[in-house]
Design a protein around this ligand. Structure first.
Ligand code: AQP
Length: 332
């Protein structure tokens, strides 16, 4: 059976990077896989979150996912902390993963920065919890943006190491699904930095809930260079901002990068930007208005997450029971 698991952190405004790197693909994959989608609130608190804002962000993330097309009748949608199996399996994986493996994780280095000694232990062992999220359901495929590739490698290493240590082929070795032409959407202000919720400047990103005018203005002000739009894939080399805008356009239109280059190469950035802004607006503005409707219905959102957690627990409970037996815990 092909089962998908993927998660998103409720740490603020979801942006076009989250949308193209994850959400849009999650929606498409629903027709071919059994899908479990999770709002990973336990990951969110690896850096401090204001409690009231966190609660709000969990509901907002649910609204965004449903408005974007997650079908709550065919897929499971829930918030992580409601299903205790994630934390239980994460502990077992803390005892499987090696410190050397975690030391290589670039996201920890980026997020902890120079203040490594003051970073939470949770931030350091975050990838073990991510492995537990996925393997609590024995998921086989994980759609993610390119930035999560290394964490998924670690999930694979943990699964293999668990299976080897206990001499049983129990966990599947998961396959990442990194799909489309915008697997790493970059900042609109600096083509070498990932578009991110935590960037101080709102002009670095398009939030899914941005208004038409805000989207148009952010794209108009997006950094480019003084040359015409590149005319070939090889001409993209060293032109990070141009590559980013073209990649976003291709992903939204669901065409190849070559096709967008063919249509806009050699032209001016102002024409490209105008058409791109229109394309983003026509994709995101309808989602935005549906998000507002859903946000007015808090009970509905809460019920969806609660029901989703019940369904998720039904799948993970017997798996974690088996894992405990494999490890030798007394469960009877
Ligand atoms: N810039 C991006 N381009 C493509 N995909 C991206 N994703 C995140 N940023 C980009 C993908 O979105 C999914 C959920 O990510 P997340 O919100 O859980 O975590 P994140 O990667 O930490 O996102 P941010 O925006 O960078 O958050 P902060 O600023 O809080 O650290 C994942 O599949 C991810 O690949």
């Amino acid at each position: 059976m092909k089962r998908i698991f993927s998660g998103i952190q409720p740490t603020g405004n979801l942006h076009l990077g989250n949308y193209l790197g994850a959400v849009k693909n999650w929606v498409k994959l629903q027709s071919t896989y059994e899908c479990i989608y999770c709002i990973v609130d336990m990951h969110a608190i690896t850096t401090f979150q204001d409690p009231k804002k966190l609660t709000q962000n969990i509901r907002d993330a649910a609204a965004i996912l449903i408005a974007s097309g997650i079908n709550i009748n065919s897929s499971i949608l829930f918030n992580q902390s409601r299903v205790p199996m994630h934390a239980e399996l994460a502990w077992i994986f803390n005892c499987i993963a090696k410190i050397g493996w975690l030391n290589r994780m670039t996201q920890f280095k980026d997020k902890a920065g120079k203040n490594r000694e003051k970073a939470s232990a949770g931030l350091y062992i975050y990838p073990n919890l991510m492995a537990a999220d996925i393997l609590s359901y024995k998921a086989t495929h994980v759609p993610v943006g390119d930035d999560q590739k290394q964490h998924l490698e670690l999930t694979r290493d943990i699964a293999i190491s668990f299976n080897d240590s206990y001499g049983i082929k129990y966990f599947p070795v998961v396959e990442p699904l990194i799909i489309g032409e915008a697997t790493r959407v970059m900042s609109l202000r600096d083509g070498s930095k990932k578009m991110s919720k935590s960037d101080n400047s709102d002009f670095t990103r398009i939030n899914i809930t941005d208004s038409k005018d805000v989207i148009a203005s952010k794209i108009k002000k997006a950094k480019t260079d003084s040359l015409p739009v590149p005319e070939s894939i090889t001409a993209l080399s060293g032109r990070l901002e141009a590559k980013n805008l073209l990649g976003i356009f291709a992903a939204l239109k669901e065409v190849s990068l070559e096709k967008i280059i063919k249509d806009y190469g050699g032209g001016t950035f102002s024409v490209l930007k105008e058409d791109l802004a229109e394309c983003i607006i026509s994709e995101l503005v309808p989602v935005s208005s549906e998000i507002k409707n859903l946000q007015n219905n808090r009970e509905y959102l809460d019920k969806i997450l609660k029901d989703g957690a019940t369904k998720a627990e039904e799948i993970s409970k017997p798996i974690i029971k088996e894992v405990k037996e494999i490890v030798g815990f007394l469960v009877a």
